[in-house]
Design a protein around this ligand. Structure first.
Ligand SMILES: Cc1cc2nc3c(=O)[nH]c(=O)nc-3n(C[C@H](O)[C@H](O)[C@H](O)COP(=O)(O)O)c2cc1C
Length: 360
């Protein structure tokens, strides 16, 4: 994260946190008037994890809204690309005015979260000229102020005259923050397309890996006992369920993996699906030169395979078949036993990073 400074109206300095990769599409976060950028921090971090560049702006001091409009236009003009503008509270009032006339030149979209019922917003007709893809969210941070809020919104932003508007009411969401984030990400994915990257046969394996990394997975530790009865294991996300009858699963193991010879030969192996608290376990079983089982609680299963304590699921498998596949081999196991704890959250992996579940 870096701190940058924009020049607002009249040259006044406006601070912003800049987060994420500069090649990712940008989101400009505008807080409620009187609140600093800390209000958006959690959302900002989540957006970065979802592949966005985030500019989290502080507004100038003072409750007079007119200078904020010019500030926002000045900041947008200084940005290298057109961001989606995401606003809270009266930040939405400011943005609808800042973007009313030529918004499509300055921004790629607008998200208005919890804009208060504001008489001025109704009186000022410029909002009606907004021509940006827009998402209006109510109850994103706190309950909507009154049942009249929706009506006033519709007057302030007449739906018929806006190019593309989506509305979302989060009043009934059990977790407002997660629901807001879900709405936001869904809107961004639809409205802020990125450039596609291409892999062609024969081009670099790194790009192919990046393409494969777009498939979100859980993470497992595949375990077995070597010929001397010592537990071995490695981190693997190439796990797939294969068949219910008979009960089969598979993992793909690199021929170069140190554990490969053991896994090729073992009559039984274990597949431990990790839960959110087992990120250190995943790192340890993927790192070289570590005694992976040193501080790792484990117990032998019915067939003797090492099963890791507190996993989401531990599958105990009998070797079913093995298929050579390029620089990996596909190890198919017949499940003889599965113990699971369904109330835990999974540890996820996506585009080379650990992730957690969030519900829309
Ligand atoms: C998230 C993640 C997923 C991985 N998935 C696999 C996999 O499916 N198959 C594989 O062979 N290696 C996979 N690896 C790499 C191995 O865990 C890593 O190379 C490990 O050091 C191999 O250990 P070994 O050489 O002792 O067998 C993965 C690593 C990580 C971090």
């Amino acid at each position: 994260m870096s701190l940058i400074e924009y020049k607002g109206f009249g040259g006044i300095p406006l601070s912003a946190d800049m987060l994420g990769d500069e090649n990712d599409p940008t989101v400009l976060l505008i807080p409620e008037v009187g609140q600093g950028r800390a209000a958006w921090r959690e959302v900002a971090d989540a957006l970065v994890l979802s592949g966005r560049r985030v500019v989290n702006l502080d507004l100038r001091d003072g409750g007079d809204l007119a200078p904020h409009i010019e500030d926002m236009r000045a900041v947008l003009a200084q940005m290298g690309s057109r961001p989606v503008v995401v606003t809270a509270g009266r930040g939405g009032w400011i943005a609808t005015r800042a973007l009313a006339l030529d918004g499509t030149l300055l921004a790629a979209g607008l998200v208005i979260v919890d804009m208060p019922a504001d008489e001025d917003a109704v009186a000022n007709g410029v909002a009606a000229q907004l021509a940006l893809p827009t998402l209006v969210v109510r109850g994103g941070f706190s309950p909507a102020q009154s049942s009249a809020v929706g009506d006033i919104f519709n007057e302030a932003l007449p739906i018929g005259q806006i190019a593309d508007i989506n509305e979302s009411d989060l009043e009934l969401a059990s977790d407002r923050k997660e629901a807001l984030l879900g709405q936001l990400l869904e809107f961004l994915e639809r409205r802020q397309p990125r450039e596609a990257v291409e892999f062609k046969a024969g081009s670099d394996p790194r790009t192919l890996r990046d393409a494969m990394g777009c498939f979100a997975t859980g993470i497992t530790i595949v375990t077995a006992l070597d010929a001397a009865g010592t537990p071995v294991g490695l981190t693997a996300n190439s796990f797939t369920s294969v068949s219910l009858d008979p009960p089969l699963l598979l993992v793909c193991i690199a021929n170069t993996a140190g554990t490969a010879p053991t896994l090729r030969e073992a009559a039984h192996f274990g597949v431990n699906v990790l839960q959110i608290g087992q990120q250190p376990t995943s790192n340890r079983f993927a790192a070289r030169g570590e005694d992976r089982f040193a501080n790792q609680p484990w117990a032998p299963g019915q067939t003797g395979v090492p099963l890791l304590g507190s996993s989401l699921v531990s599958f105990e498998c009998q070797h079913e078949s093995l298929h050579e596949a390029g620089d990996h081999f596909i190890l198919v196991g017949r499940v003889v036993r599965a113990q699971f704890e369904p109330h835990r959250d999974p540890l996820l992996y996506f585009r080379g990073k650990y992730r957690r579940l969030h519900f829309a």
